[in-house]
Design a protein. Structure first.
Length: 641
């Protein structure tokens, strides 16, 4: 048996101008955690030919044709990916492989029969399928429920989900849904974790690898504001740069030397947004009934300084859904994590929205070698939060121009303010105000995000071209007033506050201005709560950075106190060096729930309040003096600090 290691292939193929990879019958290629680059095509020739990608090894290919793909063979490329282990929760997938078809070149259809249970480093076994509701996982079996296998191509109707089950009818570039499994599988296949220790289920995709330019059908319902969507995703056995896909398919030209983008590109068929399905994982979902789902769509736009910079991601608005797919009014607070989506890992699915009838193009050009979690910019489903600069290997997909270094990218996000609104004490909408000098105050394709959930009973959004904007990117100006719209279906309560500030130092303050009352409310250090009757309030509220009514004495009183959360001793400490008479200290959680209200505190040098019994999270301290002055400040309570 002839064996090529990934290191040997790397040396041969990266130095070959028109390299092809031929794997004859009864031989295999094994790649552990590295990049294999093939300039031309891959022929996994015989039924016992195999190409193994392990420990996040990836395959990149450099053909630039617009055909249906050049790979072929009767054998298999095998690559692992992990999805949710909960049998009540969906993942959105996009397969990196198709069914082997022999000597005929081309990308092929996919069915979940191509998913295997890893039983060893290169072996599989124990997988089966059920038409029942629940998938399961054990140390010897993987049972996938085909009841939840659907695809969604060019529609704006919930009823248009196309049931696939186990049929081989998922075309290259088409995404599909699949629920996870219950149970666990403690088999060790020499990856970084076990098959399924009860957190994530490992699947083995086996088939002919997709490559080349893949067409994705899109359209737009007349006057529907991008409501026609398509479930697609990353169709390759490598990561992709989502920025490049979104930008070049929404009318931009990307300079691959500098990453600079300009308008006037030849393909302008989508709105430049990627929509990621997020479903509650904790507490664990316990029902297949649609009305009891807690989930929604997160939004990504490539609004960074260049195409090589991280864009902006909005968390989903957790909410439950009715059987017809519309949200109902009983939900939960949105997740608090901050995730990035610049790179989509192998198998990741997402929605796109069409602006016209046409075809979006997924290209080898967008492929890149990025492991999940590197620089915190690529992870299946969700991601973590650090900002840094890292190295990405991209062999051949970008033209090799002498003197140009394509290996650097920045995942430092543009300056932005996350505004959270608790709607009627039921769920939280996150909207993001981002700042980029290369945008306008109006709607900018691929820089602003439009809501896919336009029928929430209560909502808050930026009015962008008569659409529901959830990410608004514009040049910063200290004197700007950015309008927001509040939609109210019946008497409802809105609690508005700044949930996070990222890389933004343009102003010390963030206010909500109420044009009806002429009052400014500090939403950076506190929250603003209002109950409104039914209506759409489009001209009343604005985000501002200056309070024209503020008195100098307010700044003076703020500087007179030092409010500190001492997590080592689990104490809230307030220093009062100027011996000011304090009337009250009140503590709220971030949703506005009263935690305690201490009154008639008098004059002390230091006030201390134990926080041992409080849960970790963000809280708001409000202090009032006997002279009627008040200040507010956020604190973060953490355990074990």
């Amino acid at each position: 048996m002839r064996v090529f290691t990934s290191f040997f292939l790397y040396l041969i193929l990266s130095a070959t101008a028109n390299a092809q990879l031929f794997i004859k019958d009864n031989t295999y290629v094994f790649n552990k955690g590295a990049l294999v680059y093939v300039k031309d095509y891959v022929d996994v020739n015989g039924t016992n030919s195999n190409f193994y990608l392990r420990n996040e090894g990836q395959l990149l290919q450099g053909s630039t044709g617009t055909g249906v793909g050049l790979n072929k063979g009767l054998g298999n490329l095998s690559v692992f990916q992990e999805g949710t282990s909960n049998n009540y929760a969906y993942n959105y997938w996009c397969s990196p492989i198709g069914v082997p078809q022999g000597s005929t070149a081309g990308n092929t259809v996919f069915g979940v029969g191509q998913l295997k249970r890893p039983s060893g480093l290169t072996s599989f076994g124990g997988q089966s399928f059920t038409s029942g509701h629940d998938g399961t996982s054990t140390n010897s079996t993987l049972v996938i429920s085909t009841r939840w296998i659907y695809k969604y191509v060019v529609s704006n109707q919930y009823s248009s989900w196309n049931y696939v089950a186990s049929a081989n009818t998922i075309n290259p570039g088409e995404g599909f849904t699949m629920k996870g499994v219950s149970g666990s599988d403690n088999t060790d296949v020499s990856e970084t974790t076990l098959n399924n220790p009860g957190n994530n289920q490992r699947y083995d995709f086996r088939g002919i690898p997709n490559e080349g330019t893949i067409d994705i059908s899109v359209s737009n319902a007349s006057g529907a504001n991008y409501s026609n969507t398509t479930l697609t995703g990353n169709p390759y056995p490598s990561a992709i740069n989502v920025n490049l896909f979104l930008l070049e398919n929404s009318g931009y030209i990307v300079n691959y030397t500098t990453g600079a983008i300009t308008t006037g590109g030849p393909i302008n068929v989508i709105n430049g947004n990627a929509y990621y399905w997020e479903q509650q994982k904790s507490p664990t979902p316990t029902s297949h009934i649609l009305a009891q789902y807690i989930g929604g769509y997160g939004y990504y736009v490539p609004n960074g300084a260049t195409a090589f910079s991280s864009g902006t991601y909005n968390n989903a608005t957790w909410n439950t859904y009715n059987p017809d797919g519309t949200p109902n009014t009983v939900g939960s607070v949105a997740g608090t994590g901050r995730y990035k989506r610049m790179f989509a890992p192998i198998g990741q699915g997402f929605m796109i929205a069409g602006t016209t009838v046409g075809t979006a193009k997924m290209k080898n050009l967008y492929r890149t070698f990025v492991k999940e979690g590197i620089a915190n910019n690529s992870q299946f489903e969700k991601n973590s939060t650090n900002s840094s600069t890292g190295s990405v290997q991209n062999w051949g997909a970008i033209p090799n121009v002498a003197g140009v270094d394509y290996t650097q990218f920045s995942n430092a996000e543009v300056p932005q303010i996350k505004i959270h609104t608790v709607l009627n004490n039921q769920f939280t909408r996150e909207i993001t105000l981002a700042f980029n000098p290369n945008t306008t105050d109006g709607f900018d394709v691929a820089m602003d995000a439009i809501s896919a959930e336009n029928n929430l009973p209560n909502d808050i959004y930026f009015p962008l071209n008569n659409q529901l904007g959830v990410i608004s990117t514009l040049p910063f100006g200290i004197d700007k007033r950015i309008p927001i719209t509040l939609k109210v279906s019946s008497d409802s309560t809105f609690k508005i506050f700044v949930g996070d500030i990222i890389n933004f130092d343009g102003s010390d303050n963030v206010y909500l201005y109420d044009d009806l009352t002429g009052l400014y409310y500090d939403i950076k250090n506190s929250f603003y709560e209002i109950t409104l009757p039914t209506g759409v309030y489009s001209n009343r509220f604005q985000i501002t950075f200056k309070d024209s009514n503020a008195l100098a004495v307010n700044a003076s009183i703020k500087n007179s106190f030092s409010i500190v959360q001492n997590n080592s001793n689990q104490l809230l400490s307030i220093a009062n060096p100027n011996n000011i008479d304090v009337k009250s200290v009140t503590l709220y959680d971030v949703l506005g729930k009263l935690i305690f209200d201490k009154v008639n505190l008098g004059i002390k040098m230091v006030y201390e309040f134990p926080t041992t019994s409080l849960s970790e999270g963000i809280y708001i301290v409000k202090l009032k003096t006997n002279e009627g002055q008040s200040i507010s400040q956020k604190i973060i309570i953490e355990k074990g600090k």
